[in-house]
Design a protein around this ligand. Structure first.
Ligand code: ADP
Ligand code: MG
Length: 578
């Protein structure tokens, strides 16, 4: 249970503000999160980490000399938006490129990948290494699907020490991948956590039971047992991890490992010391050499009761990086060299609001775009409760409010861009950015990508035609599938998007007007969305509860169909006016 908060919706923002104030020696607040308060040498690779808030010291607490250069800090348990990641990376960058590293959750992958594309387009070389240490989250053969938990620390620390040692970007990425390969974790939980203002825990473990391998957001584990003794728990953790030696480690005998016993929130240090006592005995009995053991909190889940053990299998290079000094709010080691403070000037302010020049034709089209955004926002308002109910059946119930937040933000951005003289392309790009930034959730990020791609395809020069709109929609759909990786049949919005874009392109090619083609395409999307009721989800949050959703259409597919129908009426009304 959490007791201290003001407005629950403001919790994350107020937490970040207070965190930065309390740690101004190490970090400075920048749009989207925090960056080091100390200056780094020109040309040094910047290690930028991040994820949802609620996992302190991950991620802001790990920013400072010797560790991360910046952290994008999302809302509670929600990925930071693409803009947040991009903005923190730009603030943290020192001209040597950026390594993005985070815990391999779907929403994070989407937003960090989109930010990576934007950073590269802005001329900042960027690479990504996701952390996949939780061995209970997928079998070894599917290691790339595993989640990142407390092993974040070893990967971030190794990468950052390589950056500090002057390695270039590709080498820093190599070190991070190598550290990730040699980091394995396994965790257990006794209770879930309760977010500020919530009446119920976000997830639960049955009373008197222990969830084995449960994720830090309540993702299903691999087993459930009675609560063991401290020694029995140590045996479970050690035997699970020694079952899976990393590639390159022939035998546990003589291997040097850093054990990290991590508390998830409300398990006390004293309890963990009792568990660690037995862990140390077992590791030594297995012939391992224990190096620099850590017992404490490195990646938490609010007030969740639980603990995880990480083993970091060293080699000479990793051991050198592990031992390098670091000075951050939550992690200190050795002594770092004195560094100048970053000169905080108005360096973050500009660019954002500049509206590129547009032709009269494109500005005229922007008015139509604005009416379309108004119509889609209205239809979401009218259906917000239905969408929430559909998402609650197998997902987390936030699709209605998420879409509403996104649509309202998009409308506000579209209005102000249009009245500032923006062309159709820029209105869509800024609407998409605002949507992704405010909505949260997978669908928000994907709608942001789609509107941005459509806007870039239309541009601010020519009057959009049926063919250019069809091409732009196809680009938007390609954006969604490339970031979201869902295919037709996975029970996502893609099931409605694909028939929509295919019909639109086909009808336009056959000579139909935009309004006619759009109407046919909306009908195809509507029946495809309804037909998702018969599918089992294979992507997104609904996947673990697949069978529950049989008989209910996918909420994202349904909201897409509502939106394209609303936009269709705007097009039809426009045609009549002519
Ligand atoms: P979240 O899943 O983060 O809670 P929302 O509830 O707003 O986000 O949106 C859920 C919808 O997002 C799903 O109904 C589905 O249509 C869509 N979705 C989820 N994952 C993907 C994906 N990988 N690709 C395309 N669409 C997805
Ligand atoms: Mg949801």
């Amino acid at each position: 249970m959490t007791r201290l908060y003001n407005e629950p919706a403001a919790f994350a923002d107020e937490m970040i503000e207070g965190f930065a104030l309390a740690n101004s020696r190490y970090v400075r607040q920048v749009p989207g999160g925090v960056a080091r308060a100390t200056a780094s040498p020109e040309g040094q690779v910047a290690v930028v980490i991040g994820g949802g808030s609620g996992h302190y010291p991950a991620f802001g607490g790990l920013v400072g000399q010797g560790l991360a250069h910046g952290a994008a800090m999302g809302n509670l348990f929600a990925s930071p938006s693409t803009q947040q990641v991009e903005s923190v990376a730009k603030a943290a960058s020192d001209g040597g490129g950026v390594l993005l590293s985070y815990g391999n959750y779907a929403g994070d992958v989407l937003n960090f990948d989109a930010a990576q594309d934007r950073l590269r387009a802005a001329g900042i070389p960027t690479e990504t290494v996701t952390v996949t240490d939780d061995i209970s989250s997928a079998p070894l053969a599917e290691k790339h699907k595993r989640r990142g938990i407390a092993g974040d620390l070893t990967v971030f620390k190794s990468a950052a020490a390589a950056a500090e040692a002057g390695y270039e970007l590709a080498e820093v990425a190599r070190v991070a991948r190598h550290a990730n390969e040699r980091t394995r974790s396994f965790g257990v939980a006794f209770t879930g956590c309760t977010l500020p203002g919530a009446a119920e825990p976000l997830f639960t473990v049955p009373k008197g039971r222990m969830a084995v391998g449960m994720g830090i957001h309540g993702e299903p584990g691999i087993d459930e047992t009675g609560v063991p003794t401290a020694d029995e728990l140590a045996e479970l953790l050690v035997s699970s991890l020694l079952n899976e030696l990393p590639e390159g480690v022939e035998s546990a005998q003589g291997a040097r490992v850093v054990p990290i016993l991590n508390g998830l929130g409300s398990v006390k240090y004293e309890e963990m010391f009792v568990v660690y006592r037995r862990i140390a005995q077992l590791l030594e009995a297995a012939g391992l050499e224990i190096v620099d053991p850590h017992v404490g909190e490195f990646c938490t889940s609010f007030d969740m009761a639980g603990t995880s053990l990480t083993l970091f299998w060293l080699d000479d290079e990793l051991e050198r990086f592990w031992n390098a000094p670091a000075d951050t709010p939550a992690y200190r080691k050795g002594s770092v060299a004195a560094a100048e403070r970053v000169q905080t000037s108005a360096d973050t302010a500009d660019s954002e609001d500049r509206i590129p020049d547009a032709t009269a034709e494109s500005r005229e089209a922007a008015e139509l775009v604005l009416r379309a955004v108004e119509a889609l926002s209205r239809t979401i308002d009218d259906n917000v409760d239905d969408l929430g109910r559909m998402d609650a059946i197998a997902g987390d119930g936030d699709h209605g409010i998420g879409m509403q937040r996104g649509a309202h933000a998009a409308l506000e951005a579209a209005r102000s861009a249009q009245s500032a003289g923006a062309g159709a392309g820029t209105v869509l790009v800024l609407a998409g950015d605002a949507w992704a930034h405010r909505a949260g959730g997978t669908s928000g990020a994907l709608w942001g990508v789609a509107l941005r791609s459509l806007g870039l395809a239309l541009g601010d020069e020519s009057r959009p035609t049926a063919a250019s709109v069809a091409d732009g929609v196809a680009a938007g759909v390609a954006g969604i599938t490339s970031y979201g990786k869902a295919q037709v049949g996975d029970k996502t919005m893609v099931d409605a998007l694909v028939p929509f874009t295919e019909t639109l392109t086909r009808e336009v090619a056959a000579g139909a007007s935009l309004t006619e083609a759009w109407t046919w395409a909306s009908e195809a999307a509507t029946s495809a969305a309804a037909a998702t009721a018969d599918l089992l989800p294979r992507m997104g949050r609904a996947r673990p509860h697949a069978e529950k959703s049989l008989g209910t259409p996918d909420p994202g597919a349904h909201s897409f169909a509502l939106i394209v129908r609303a936009v269709g009426s705007v097009l039809a009304a426009q045609e009549e006016r002519k």
